[in-house]
Design a protein around this ligand. Structure first.
Ligand SMILES: [Mg+2]
Length: 121
C-alpha cells in the first residue's frame, strides 16, 4: 500500500470529486483542503508529495497559501489550477513559486500527465 498523499486544495466540491476520481488510478492517498488556510494546515500535517492548488478560494486564496507553503516546503511540487484565459493569474503563480499550472477546465489526460511528471517513484 502506497502511503504517499496528494493534497487537492479546491473550494468547489464537484471539482474536488472530479480530480479525486481522475487521480484514483495512482493509488495514493487523497486529502481535500477546502480553502487556502486548510491547504497550509494540511500541507504541514500530511506532507503531501504533490499539491494541486486552486487559486480562487475563500478565507485565504491560493496565491497567499502558495507563498507560505513554498517558504516552508520549497521542494514540494505545487501545481496551480488557474482560471481559463487568465494569463495574469498564471504569471503570478509562477512568480510566487508554483512549479506548473493547469488551466481550468482540466481534462483527465492533462491531470494524469502533469501528476506523472512530478511523481517520483
Ligand atoms: Mg475555486
Amino acid at each position: 500500500m502506497d502511503t504517499r498523499k496528494i493534497l487537492i486544495a479546491e473550494d468547489e466540491e464537484a471539482n474536488f470529486l472530479y480530480l479525486k476520481e481522475v487521480l484514483e488510478e495512482f493509488h495514493l492517498g487523497i486529502v481535500w483542503a477546502k480553502n487556502g488556510r486548510e491547504a497550509v494546515e494540511f500541507t504541514r500535517l500530511h506532507k503531501p508529495i504533490i499539491l494541486l492548488l486552486d487559486i480562487k478560494m475563500p478565507i485565504m486564496n491560493g496565491l497567499e497559501a502558495l507563498q507560505i507553503i513554498k517558504a516552508e516546503f520549497p521542494d514540494m511540487p505545487v501545481i496551480a489550477q488557474t482560471a481559463y484565459a487568465m494569463d495574469e493569474e498564471r504569471i503570478k503563480c509562477l512568480e510566487a513559486g508554483c512549479d506548473d499550472y493547469l488551466a481550468k477546465p482540466i481534462l483527465p489526460d492533462q491531470i494524469i500527465e502533469m501528476v506523472s511528471k512530478y511523481l517520483k517513484p
